[in-house]
Design a protein around this ligand. Structure first.
Ligand code: HPA
Ligand code: ZN
Length: 349
């Protein structure tokens, strides 16, 4: 690993913004800004439950995951046509490119849309076209991960997989999201086994609000390659050892954890503890339109609150490439650019 010299606090904040990074935990429906929700509601002639962009933004005060999900699903209901999904993903990718995201692996929730009569092909085609255009026009690489909603049944997940079958060439893997407590990973053991047979990559949300036991079963029953969130792992020493030993990536989302009251304050966040214990932790935005910031805001705020160093910054960016499902050739190119960025900053400090 490249030996990272210390840099001043001011330069560190600049470095966090400038360094190339991968974003591996972003729900595309959670990138819908209030302005776009209002614009899409008008374009699609749909009534809006809020009078203005401002009153919509004011509703974004959450006490836990469920209080957020209720508003998040309501926001997503303005998405009807292929162009709506395209516009949403294109807006996110343009914003991510500004934060020097070289590669994004984007979650989407098809059941939220198919339940309203939107065809899964409409969803995937719009998102995929945005990813392709962003690659050629913005130079950002991106892929899609289909998430099953864990508050719905196993049968509904199987039905979704069936609908997605002709479109599997447009996605890189599957995930598991929505209400965690009361919906352990085991509920989807057979669905994930089938996805594994189909050659899809596997990830799951676990240990956001739920106990370490959910992280164990995501690993051992679902056989996932990454854990989304996973911050509750610190309460189980044997699990911490397993995650460190096997270099299982955790896609951590600091501002999400703060806004959903997983930690009382950002200064109590355990990201530094996870890194210092040798885990492959990464920083991500989760639902940036709802949680007060895109990926660079997550980096700069959590670093300011927890006094992490340039070495931590390098490790987090390096981890994000290591943890991605991109090709080894792409990873080497991004890691080289990362090293160059650090060398440039240190020279001029
Ligand atoms: N957790 C679970 N489900 C979600 C989240 C999250 O943070 N964001 C969007 N769906
Ligand atoms: Zn999430």
């Amino acid at each position: 690993m490249f030996k990272v010299p210390p840099v001043s606090a001011r330069r560190l904040q600049e470095l966090l913004r400038a360094m190339p990074k991968a974003e591996l935990h972003i729900h595309i429906e959670g990138s819908l800004e209030p302005e776009l929700i209002v614009a899409l509601a008008q374009r699609n002639d749909l009534p809006l439950p809020y009078a203005s962009v401002e009153s919509l933004r004011q509703a974004y005060a959450f006490t836990n995951l469920q209080s957020f999900l209720d508003i998040y699903y309501a926001g997503a209901s303005v998405l009807l046509h292929e162009q709506d999904f395209y516009d949403m993903a294109r807006a996110y990718l343009a914003r991510a490119a500004m934060d020097n995201v070289a590669h994004a692996e984007i979650f989407f929730d098809p059941q939220t849309h198919t339940a309203r009569g939107v065809a899964i092909e409409t969803v995937i085609s719009g998102l995929h076209r945005a990813c392709e255009d962003a690659r050629s026009e913005l130079g950002i690489s991106s892929t899609l991960i289909l998430c099953f909603l864990r508050h719905l049944s196993e049968a509904s997940a199987f039905e979704t997989l069936e609908q997605a079958q002709p479109l599997l060439g447009k996605i890189v893997g599957v995930g598991l999201d929505s209400s965690e407590l009361g919906h352990p990973p085991e509920k989807f053991a057979r669905v994930f086994a089938r996805c594994r047979e189909l050659g899809l990559h596997l990830v799951a949300h676990a240990g956001e609000e739920g106990p370490p036991a959910y992280i164990w079963s995501a690993l051992d029953v679902l056989k996932v390659e990454r854990i989304d969130h996973g911050v509750q792992a610190v309460h189980d020493a044997a699990l911490m050892q397993r995650l460190a030993q096997d270099r299982i990536p955790l896609t951590v989302c600091p501002l999400s954890n703060q806004k959903l009251c997983v930690f009382p304050d950002l200064k109590n966040h355990n990201l530094r503890q996870l890194l210092d214990a040798g885990l492959c932790a990464t920083v991500n935005s989760d639902d940036p339109a709802y949680f007060g910031g895109y990926i660079n805001e997550n980096f700069t705020q959590v670093f300011a609150a927890t006094n992490m160093t340039a070495r931590h910054a390098y490790q987090l960016a390096f981890n994000s490439f290591e943890a991605s499902f991109a090709s080894n050739a792409d990873k080497r190119v991004w890691e080289h650019r990362l090293k160059e960025t650090f060398e440039r900053f240190v020279e001029h400090d």
